[in-house]
Design a protein around this ligand. Structure first.
Ligand code: PLP
Length: 423
């Protein structure tokens, strides 16, 4: 099946007489006839549902759809994108370990890795993702366990060179995790370029309507944990909390997701609600149509901004003269996403006046849904920082993040134009 068909048809496969539309299994528990049957589930000896914190049929159908779209072997839904990235890393890192992450990743993930994981004894080195391979290779340590980046970074819309980082990670015996939130599997499938694990904030384009916070982790099944057994004892040595199961031996290609479900979800409990999974599935059904429209509109808006005398600079990888256009042609040949960044001449004050003058493009702390929206990190998410601190964090003080929606492009441009007239 092509990606468009997978968006619509993958996942829920009803049998005779079952609902055609994915049902919401709004139940925390599942019934068994004997205690032996239930016991086998707890020993991971039999497959089945017993408690929604671990697994739920609605969630599993949606995870299976995203898994098919990414071309993976196993997937799980989480309560948020933050939970997905936390679980994805924590599933293979423990106190004393080290990871390498692009410094251009979403601020929330930056905090998670730089502050919270640090408190748990996991150290992160943030790197300039555009450095040459030889420079990046020097940053690996004997305790490095994973490499992390975003296909398209939030908010700087830089394109991550997946093949370069996959080569680096694999030559050091570690997997590459790629957060594919902005591109979505419609525009890029990181497994095709060597990534091992993909994560998503499904809150964004996948849901697409700003209705439900959620996340997803997909495993390609390609990383050979047993070949690097000393690095990943959690997958390659007995788990005492499951009667000595060795995940990589028992579950093969499904080991990583099985461990994340049966250990991390069991103990940390960041499950997506089945109701949210249902909304997510509806969003996924039109993802291919929306991504096309987001990209068409964003390119039209980027070209308009590029020729606007009030605008100092524009970043959008689909523009032919963009710094990341060559990478975009390779990884995102059908378009990147609807998000772009630009700066207004004059800095913070002019930016605020401009944004306050917009009519239907609204100021929201959100990105990547059907409605066009805008955010100025220096005035909003990063407002406590000085210009110097912003630059250090990789966010230009004049950077405005515009998430171009699926309205009519002429109307979006008209709204921008009337706001420019006010400054
Ligand atoms: C690229 C990326 N990853 C992860 C997240 C976190 O996702 P969530 O807000 O669903 O927790 C975000 C949120 O903006 C994001 O943009």
């Amino acid at each position: 099946m092509n990606i468009e068909t997978k968006c619509v048809q993958a996942g829920w496969q009803p049998h005779k007489g079952e609902p055609r539309e994915l049902p919401i299994y709004q139940s925390t528990t599942f019934k068994y006839d004997t205690s032996e049957e239930m016991g086998k589930l707890f020993d991971l000896e039999a497959e089945g549902y017993f408690y929604t914190r671990l697994q739920n049929p609605t969630n599993d159908s949606v995870a299976a759809k995203i898994c098919a779209m990414e071309g993976g072997v196993a997937a799980m839904l989480t309560s948020s994108g933050q939970a997905a990235n936390f679980f994805a890393v924590f599933n293979i890192c423990e106190a004393g370990d080290h990871l390498i992450a692009s410094s251009s990743i979403y601020g929330g993930t930056y905090n998670l890795f730089g502050t919270t994981l640090k408190k748990m004894g996991i150290e992160c080195t943030f790197v300039d993702q555009d450095l040459p391979e030889e420079e990046l290779a020097k940053l690996f340590k004997p305790n490095t366990k994973v490499v992390f980046g975003e296909t398209i970074t939030n908010p700087t819309v830089s394109v991550f060179d997946i093949e370069k980082f996959a080569r680096l990670a694999h030559s050091h015996g570690v997997p590459l995790i790629v957060d594919n939130t902005f591109a979505t599997p419609v525009n890029c499938r990181p497994f095709e370029f060597g990534a091992d694990i993909v994560t998503h904030s499904t809150t964004k384009y996948m849901d697409g309507h700003a209705t439900a916070v959620g996340g997803c982790i997909v495993d390609s099944g390609n990383f050979d944990w047993l070949a690097h057994a000393d690095k990943y004892p959690g997958l390659t040595t007995p788990d005492d909390s499951y009667h000595g199961i060795v995940y990589a031996e028992r579950f093969g290609k499904a080991a990583y997701i099985t461990k994340a479900t049966s250990q991390l979800m069991r103990d940390l409990g960041a499950i997506q609600s089945p109701q949210h999974a249902y909304y997510l599935n509806i969003g996924l059904e039109s993802l291919h149509l929306r991504m096309k429209k987001h990209c068409e509109n964003a390119l039209a808006v980027a070209k308009y901004l590029k020729n606007n005398e009030n605008v100092a600079w524009v970043s959008y990888p689909d523009l032919e003269d963009d710094k990341y256009h060559e990478l975009a042609k390779k990884y995102l040949p059908n378009g990147s996403c609807g998000v772009l960044a630009f700066g207004i001449k004059g800095g913070r004050e002019e930016s605020i006046k401009f944004m306050d003058s917009l009519k239907f493009i609204t100021i929201v702390t959100h990105v990547a849904d059907a409605r066009s929206c805008i955010l100025h990190p220096a005035s909003h998410t990063h407002r406590q920082m000085t210009d110097e601190q912003l630059i250090e964090a990789g966010v230009a003080p004049d950077l405005i993040r515009l998430s171009v929606g699926i309205e009519n492009a002429d109307d979006i441009i008209a709204d921008l134009a009337q706001a420019f007239e006010k400054i």
